[in-house]
Design a protein around this ligand. Structure first.
Ligand SMILES: [Zn+2]
Length: 394
């Protein structure tokens, strides 16, 4: 680092090419920054959404749906920078990326600190810029007025870290893509919980996780450990059956299949009716909302919030209707399918443990029902395993 530059940092002076979003260069001090009242609300909004649990992807969707301009576009409008990108391309004004949002959410400039030397190390080998480890960064505190309180900032950093951990667990997660809520059909969401120093892995209905008690679904909580041992036991059961008497198992599968198919067809028809009815209701609500907004009966903020909600529900319903229609149209080649499944079972032998490959080879999906307590207070929970080719068989 050049000596003069280093001296500037230590004096708490900023050396930004452009001030970060929410700030502008201090007119009285060439190297300082002050809050920009015209754009600070964008930063506050982003932190507020994050503090209320939204991840970068959701924040991007909200910013875009509300047409909030990006820092790049604001700089273009003010100083003409990157005009080759923006000139004549107004549609690029609100194209946010997750990377941009994450950069804002982790930038200590918003709590009044100046961080330097984050990425300016140059590798002697290939002359490329290399990222310095955090302990090499130079942090000067309280160089300017903060936009975000330290509490909110710290909370958001914790959420980002836990989201990253969850993402990692999800990808190494053997049930990924297989678990569905038996009531709303959404994917079950994986999470971990610490209690008295021990870690518990569990699943919740994805819809419940997103909307909580105010949504339309319930928790469907199930422990990973319990699910694991149940599914392993069922697979082992079928492996044993096939090994002991293949003919008999085949016959059993065919019979069970008939009854199951009739019940499934009935449920699918009723689900489809329900989904189509709800779609019509949402469409009407949307029109009403638009009229209210046009007549200024509701605020722009509420309009944006509700229209976002309706749009999400519309998308979900469209997907559900599509899946149901495809499922209902699948041809039922029973005998052939039962034989195919028995071949799969024979290939896996007698598994002692589960892995993603084994599960995806044998299983189409696993439906998790809501638990209920019986009259003795025992918790009962149905887990429906839908196998490939043969559907539900036990
Ligand atoms: Zn659900």
């Amino acid at each position: 680092m050049k000596a003069a530059l280093k001296a500037k940092f230590l004096a708490g002076e900023n050396v930004f090419a452009h001030a970060p979003l929410g700030y502008k260069r201090d007119p009285d001090n060439r190297n300082g920054i002050v809050i920009d009242e015209e754009t600070r609300w964008i930063v506050e909004k982003i932190f507020d959404l994050a503090a209320h649990g939204a991840g970068a992807a959701r924040i991007v969707r909200i910013l875009m749906s509300e047409g909030i301009p990006t820092p790049g576009y604001i700089n273009y409008m003010r100083y003409g920078t990157f005009s080759h990108i923006y000139e004549g391309h107004e549609e690029k004004a609100g194209v946010w990326t997750e990377k941009q949002v994450k950069k804002i959410l982790t930038n200590e400039v918003y709590i009044g600190n100046s961080i330097h030397y984050r990425q300016v190390g140059i590798s002697y080998k290939n002359k490329k810029r290399v990222r310095q480890p955090p302990e090499e960064w130079m942090r000067v505190e309280n160089t300017h007025e903060p936009i975000i309180s330290k509490d909110v900032f710290d909370q958001v950093q914790k959420q980002i870290a836990s989201r990253r951990r969850m993402q990692r667990d999800k990808t190494t997660q053997i049930f990924a893509g297989l678990l569905k809520c038996a009531d709303c059909g959404r994917s079950m969401s994986f999470a971990t919980n610490r209690y008295q120093g021990r870690e518990y892995k569990y699943y919740n209905c994805g819809s419940y996780k997103e909307y909580g008690k105010h949504g339309s679904c319930t928790s469907h909580y199930i422990r990973y450990k319990y699910l694991y041992s149940y599914v392993l036991a069922r697979i082992q059961h079928w492996c044993r059956q096939v090994q002991q008497n293949e003919e008999q198992t085949l016959e059993h599968l065919l019979k069970a299949g008939d009854k199951e198919r009739a019940a499934t067809a009935k449920k699918q028809t009723s689900d489809l009716k329900k989904a189509e009815k709800r779609r019509a209701e949402v469409d009407r609500a949307f029109v009403k909302l638009y009229e209210d907004w046009a007549a200024e009966r509701i605020t722009e903020y509420n309009f944006n919030m509700l229209s976002q909600k309706y749009q999400t529900e519309q998308e979900e319903l469209e997907e559900k209707i599509h899946t149901l229609k495809t499922d209902m149209n699948t041809v039922k080649e029973t005998a052939e399918n039962a034989e195919k499944w028995i071949e799969l079972i024979k290939k896996v032998g007698y598994p002692k443990e589960l892995n993603a490959e084994l599960l995806n080879t044998l299983i189409e999906k696993i439906l998790i029902h809501e638990a209920a307590k019986d009259e003795f207070g025992t918790r009962n929970q149905d887990i429906e395993i839908i196998y490939r080719f043969v559907g539900k068989i036990d």
